[in-house]
Design a protein around this ligand. Structure first.
Ligand code: MG
Ligand code: MG
Length: 262
C-alpha cells in the first residue's frame, strides 16, 4: 500500500506546484491524471458511480465547497483555498489523500482554519499510537476543532482502505454514544484507514450543489479538508501517503505539466 500512497503523495506535489491565481482546476486535474498514467497507476475517482459518474481524477473543492467538487473551467483566484483530494491503485492496492492549498495570499482567519484542519489530522494520527479504540481518537478530534472555534463536518467520514478505496469501518471525525455502542473499532496492527477531517469555519451543515457531486457549506463560509492513508503497524502508526523516506523513489518524476487550458 505504500507504493500507492507514495504515488498519491507525488500527485499532490504535481498539484501543489501548479496551484496559483489564474489557473483552472481542470488544468491541475489533467496534470495529475498524466502523472498517474506515467507511473502505471489507476486513478480511483474517475467513473465513481453517481447520478453522473464522477468525471475527473481529483475532487477539487474551492472555498465554501467542502468535498466532491468537480474540476473544470473554474479559475482559482488570489485568496481562494482549494481542497484537492485524489487516490490511485497500483499492484492491486489503494491510496487516498487530501490537502487544502492556499491560492496566493489568504486571510489570517482562513489560514487558521487550514492550520486547525491539518492539526487535527496530525493529532488523530499521533493518538492512533496510544489509544485502543477509534472513539477515543474521534472524541479528541472533535474537542480540538471545537476549541479552535470551528466545526467538524458530520455528513462525511473517513473509511477503511485496502484492495478497494472504500472499505469498512467508517471513520468519523466526531464521536456519538451510538458510534461508541454500535460502530467503534479497535486500533490494532494491520488496520489501514483513511483519516480525513473536514472542518467548517461556520455551521457544520452542508448542502449538495446542482452538479450532483459538490457539497458546499450551508452558510457560504469556507471549509478545509486534510486526509492521509494511515496503517497501524507493530511500531505504531505509519502514514502511507507521506513524502518519500530514505531509499524510496517514484518511478516517474514529479513535474508540473504544461497543459492546454480547458
Ligand atoms: Mg480522499
Ligand atoms: Mg477518503
Amino acid at each position: 500500500m505504500r507504493r500507492a500512497g507514495l504515488l498519491v503523495w507525488g500527485a499532490h506535489q504535481v498539484a501543489k506546484s501548479m496551484v496559483r491565481p489564474g489557473i483552472t482546476t481542470g488544468e491541475i486535474d489533467v496534470a495529475v491524471e498524466r502523472f498517474f498514467e506515467a507511473n502505471g497507476a489507476i486513478p480511483l475517482f474517475k467513473g465513481v458511480p453517481g447520478k453522473i459518474p464522477f468525471p475527473a481524477v481529483c475532487c477539487m473543492s474551492v472555498n465554501d465547497e467542502v468535498v466532491h467538487g468537480i474540476p473544470g473551467r473554474r479559475v482559482l483566484l488570489d485568496g481562494d483555498v482549494v481542497s484537492i483530494d485524489t487516490g490511485c491503485k497500483i499492484g492491486g492496492w489503494c491510496g487516498d489523500s487530501a490537502v487544502t492549498y492556499p491560492v496566493g495570499v489568504i486571510s489570517p482567519e482562513v489560514g487558521r482554519l487550514l492550520d486547525c484542519t491539518s492539526g487535527v489530522l496530525d493529532l488523530a494520527i499521533q493518538l492512533m499510537g496510544s489509544r485502543s479504540r477509534w472513539s477515543d481518537v474521534a472524541s479528541e478530534m472533535a474537542k480540538y476543532v471545537r476549541d479552535h472555534g470551528f466545526s467538524v463536518v458530520e455528513n462525511f467520514v473517513g473509511h477503511g482502505i485496502g484492495r478497494k478505496m472504500h472499505e469498512d469501518p467508517q471513520v468519523p471525525n466526531f464521536c456519538t454514544p451510538a458510534f461508541r455502542r454500535n460502530h467503534d473499532f479497535e486500533l490494532e496492527p494491520g488496520l489501514v484507514i483513511a483519516v480525513e477531517p473536514m472542518v467548517n469555519m461556520g455551521s457544520k451543515k452542508v448542502r449538495p450543489l446542482p452538479d450532483h457531486w459538490t457539497q458546499s457549506t450551508v452558510d457560504g463560509k469556507p471549509s478545509a479538508h486534510f486526509e492521509h492513508t494511515v496503517a497501524i503497524t507493530d511500531s505504531g502508526p505509519r502514514i502511507l501517503t507521506a513524502a518519500p523516506g530514505v531509499g524510496e523513489t517514484l518511478d516517474a518524476p514529479v513535474k508540473a505539466e504544461k497543459v492546454t487550458p480547458l
